[in-house]
Ligand binder design. Structure first.
Ligand code: IPD
Ligand code: CA
Ligand code: CA
Length: 268
């Protein structure tokens, strides 16, 4: 599968750039999009569906035997073996629909339940982050690395929130980050935050409730950029939420010590 994985990485990179361009075209005319509410503070528009359809069509035509799951199109293939693509067509939809420039298109590939590829494309900055297990992580072809931060008092740590989780758990997590002396960010796109961990811009990201499509591409980026990332399939399937982290090695003890990181997901 080695050459086949290389082939998939090259194909996926081209698909990400094309999908990102389509997403960006919607972004510039977002005021014309009809927005639906999927749940509390959980928005979707034609842009999410059109971008996922495009990615699915390209993957299905290039790799007809592969399984595909995605946020908008369904996760029926979540337990398949062999190659399984995991798509989030727009991660950071709330930002996207408000004209905030922090969102991305992201993709991961599992092979026989092991994460092998991760790609995240930031259309606003035209930056493609990609990684293949054992081959490193790059931004537009140039190697990237997690930060060398070892002191939480010099760190910036990210987190994420959804109304699907208990508010108290989120507040406890943020409080612990601040009490450790780290600064905190929640930018609203888990996938792009993980890419920015991989690129050494922030020092880690921890989330107590996360879907596979939000994050698996980013976990591969962090690991291949010299960081430490949790295994999404440890404690959940690809169609179930899990708690997840990705960080610079020097932040591992701090992240693992955060409240809730050792507990199962606790839905609201
Ligand atoms: C969201 C982002 C955000 C997280 C939310 C997700 P979406 O994804 O990943 O960081 O806090 O829980 O829903 O809905 O924009 O694809
Ligand atoms: Ca998402
Ligand atoms: Ca999404």
């Amino acid at each position: 599968m080695s050459d086949a994985l290389h082939h998939r990485l090259i194909a996926a990179a081209a698909i990400m750039r094309e999908a990102g361009k389509v997403a960006h075209d919607y972004f510039v005319r977002r005021d014309q999009l009809q927005v639906e509410l999927k749940g509390m503070q959980d928005l979707v528009s034609i842009a999410d569906r059109a971008v996922e359809d495009l990615i699915r069509q390209h993957l299905a035509s290039a790799f007809p035997q592969d399984s595909i799951i995605g946020e908008e199109g369904g996760a029926e293939a979540a337990r398949a073996s062999g190659p399984v693509w995991v798509i989030d067509p727009i991660d950071g939809t709330a930002n996207f629909l408000r004209g905030l420039p922090y969102w991305c298109v992201t993709l991961g590939l599992y092979l026989d339940r092991r994460l092998e590829l991760g790609l995240t494309y930031d259309p606003i900055h035209d930056q493609l982050f990609s990684a293949r297990r054992g081959h490193g992580a790059v931004r537009d072809g140039r190697p990237i690395r997690v930060s060398d931060c070892r002191d939480p008092r010099q760190a910036v740590l990210g987190s994420t929130f959804t109304f699907k989780m208990k508010i108290e758990r989120y507040l406890n997590l943020v409080e612990a980050i601040l009490r450790a002396g780290a600064d905190h960010r929640r930018f609203g796109s888990t996938a792009l935050m993980m890419a920015h961990v991989a690129d050494g811009r922030i020092d880690g990201c921890a989330t107590l409730y996360c879907n596979s499509w939000d994050v698996v591409g980013g976990l591969m980026l962090v690991e291949e950029a010299g960081g430490v990332a949790s295994d999404f399939l440890d404690g959940a399937e690809l169609d179930q939420p899990n708690r997840v982290f990705g960080c610079a090695p020097g932040m591992l003890a701090t992240i693992q010590g955060l409240p809730g990181m050792d507990l199962p997901v606790d839905p609201a």
